[in-house]
Design a binder for this molecule. Structure first.
Ligand code: AMP
Length: 118
């Protein structure tokens, strides 16, 4: 298992490297993606990764945090007035395009998003 403290997102949670906060509560932190692929692009992460280096590591013990992440997405969409729509993405594993081993949900919005993705 990847050590949570080894990832850039853990450093963001610890405020060891800067980020632009979008939303925060007791369990969840969301911040602007440093390389946005749309006018709005943020990442939603748990403050405590609980071993979830990727979605493929999920088990019943993660039900609470997975629900909180999804609820945070809905709150962020309302906060940011994404009423025209948005896309949520969880890249998982090498072929899934995951580059940071710390579970994260992308929220992408602000332009017409094509489907299927590349
Ligand atoms: P993924 O490819 O799904 O693992 O997504 C990782 C995302 O993290 C990419 O969209 C990166 O642009 C983003 N990212 C990497 N480093 C930072 C950082 N320091 N601050 C904000 N976003 C970052």
């Amino acid at each position: 298992m990847v050590d949570q403290e080894d990832t850039i997102f853990h450093k963001i949670i610890k405020k060891e490297i800067p980020s632009k906060m979008i939303y925060e509560d007791e369990d969840v932190y969301a911040f602007k993606d440093i390389n946005p692929c749309a006018p709005f692009h943020c990442l939603v992460i748990p403050k405590n990764m609980q071993g979830l280096s990727s979605l493929s590591k999920a088990n019943e013990s993660h039900l609470d945090i997975l629900g909180k992440l999804m609820l945070a997405v809905s709150k962020i969409a309302a906060q940011e007035k994404l009423e025209k729509g948005f896309r949520t993405v969880i890249n998982t594993g090498e072929e899934g395009g995951q580059t940071v081993d710390y579970i994260h949900i992308h929220i992408i919005a602000g332009r017409n998003l094509s489907w299927p993705p590349g």
